[in-house]
Design a protein around this ligand. Structure first.
Ligand SMILES: NC(=O)C1=CN([C@@H]2O[C@H](COP(=O)(O)OP(=O)(O)OC[C@H]3O[C@@H](n4cnc5c(N)ncnc54)[C@H](OP(=O)(O)O)[C@@H]3O)[C@@H](O)[C@H]2O)C=CC1
Ligand SMILES: N[C@@H](C[C@H]1CC(C(=O)O)=NO1)C(=O)O
Length: 329
């Protein structure tokens, strides 16, 4: 059986994660990586896979079944998402939550015109956690939903900080407020603002001569990323960032608390959790599973933009539904 031919656009943390995830999925193969940098400067883990300039991607459109877009959501995907949807079947991890509606429309217009399928905002949040929130909302309509992340490294927020003028490198930690988390776990159904649920802590390497006060202000006031949070900014050296903050662990929780019964006499607390050693490698594994779904949808001549809500779970797996249903026994 022929393998699903995958391309990667953008070779950063997520791009490397996808390269590794493809090795763990025998029905897929990595065909090529596309980058905005000099291709010869990119050292892949997989020998023999070509690296091309992003500008040459269309020349390879007949060689690739699904292109996985690994650019940053803050600046890259708003342009790359629609552009690549006009040429390839795509999967991406766009995670600027507030901007997902307009991103969906832009990608949908391009994909419908090209007859391609594009699954957007794939990952764990948005992505898997979105699905868990939907289940909770549907199953316990008389209830409340809560999402907590961390403590861990948000790739989206770290990427957004790295794009600030004067920043050479950065990592952002998301820290849940313990008292909020415990109140939810106890089923107290607290009313919590965004600011009451998480703190954001950034470790930033400033470029030589950069205006640190301006950088700090731009971070703390950044709409959709930091403006609604209490944010701490530390300026450190590149050596310290590399030494103390090289990992990208993360994790999170999705809760649903609700009542059932004639007079709401029965209470329920549903909790899902993940604990990740590598945020990018875990996210990449989700992207590759959805690349399998995009491939199957393309064979059914489906086109346009889709979210994770539109994808039958069985399309993620190389196994049959019945096999999956019983294999845990
Ligand atoms: N939905 C979800 O659950 C999740 C979503 N994400 C999303 O994934 C996005 C990508 O994250 P991540 O891979 O960590 O971001 P990176 O900063 O590592 O990479 C982003 C892009 O920057 C370029 N790049 C990478 N390294 C360098 C470098 N050393 N010098 C110059 N350019 C570089 C690459 O493009 P090029 O090769 O073209 O230069 C790459 O595609 C995040 O913005 C986030 O939105 C991440 C985790 C979870
Ligand atoms: N999209 C996130 C994945 C989770 C983590 C997160 C956060 O820490 O704010 N929000 O969603 C990421 O880029 O890591």
């Amino acid at each position: 059986m022929s393998k699903i031919r995958v391309g990667i656009v953008g070779y950063g943390n997520l791009g490397r994660g996808v390269e590794l995830a493809i090795k763990q999925n025998p029905d897929t193969e990595l065909v090529a990586v596309f980058t905005r940098r000099r291709p010869e400067s990119i050292n892949l883990i997989t020998k023999g896979v070509p690296v091309y300039s992003i500008d040459s991607a269309e020349e390879h459109k007949d060689e690739i079944d699904v292109m996985i877009l690994c650019g940053g959501s803050a600046k890259d995907l708003p342009e790359q998402g629609p552009k690549f949807a006009s040429i390839f079947n795509t999967v991406d991890s766009f995670d600027t939550h507030a901007k997902i509606p307009q991103y969906f429309e832009a990608v949908d217009t391009a994909a419908k015109k090209s007859g391609k399928v594009s699954i957007i905002s794939v990952g764990w949040d948005p992505g898997m956690f979105s699905i868990l929130r939907l289940y909770g909302d549907c199953i316990l309509p008389e209830g409340k939903g809560y999402t907590f992340w961390g403590k861990g490294v948000s790739q989206g927020h770290s990427d957004a900080v790295r794009r600030v003028e004067g920043v050479a490198d950065a990592k952002q930690y998301t820290i849940p407020v313990d008292s909020a988390l415990e109140a939810v776990r106890k089923g107290l159904n607290p009313e919590l603002t965004t600011r009451q649920k998480h703190i954001r802590e950034c470790f930033v390497v400033a470029k030589e001569g950069a205006d640190k006060a301006k950088i700090e202000s731009e971070i703390k006031n950044m709409p959709d990323y930091f403006a609604d949070y209490d944010t701490i900014v530390h300026f450190i050296s590149q050596e310290e960032l590399d030494r103390e903050h090289s990992g990208m662990p993360h994790g999170g929780f999705v809760f649903r608390t609700g009542k059932t019964g004639n007079n709401g006499e029965n209470s329920h607390v549903v909790e899902y959790s993940i604990k990740l050693d590598s945020n990018p490698e875990f996210t990449a594994s989700i992207l590759v599973a959805y690349a399998r779904a995009a491939y199957r949808l393309s064979k059914e001549k489906v086109s346009g933009a889709k979210t994770v809500f539109d994808i039958p779970p069985s399309y993620l797996s190389p196994k049959s539904s019945i096999e999956i249903m019983t294999e845990f026994l």
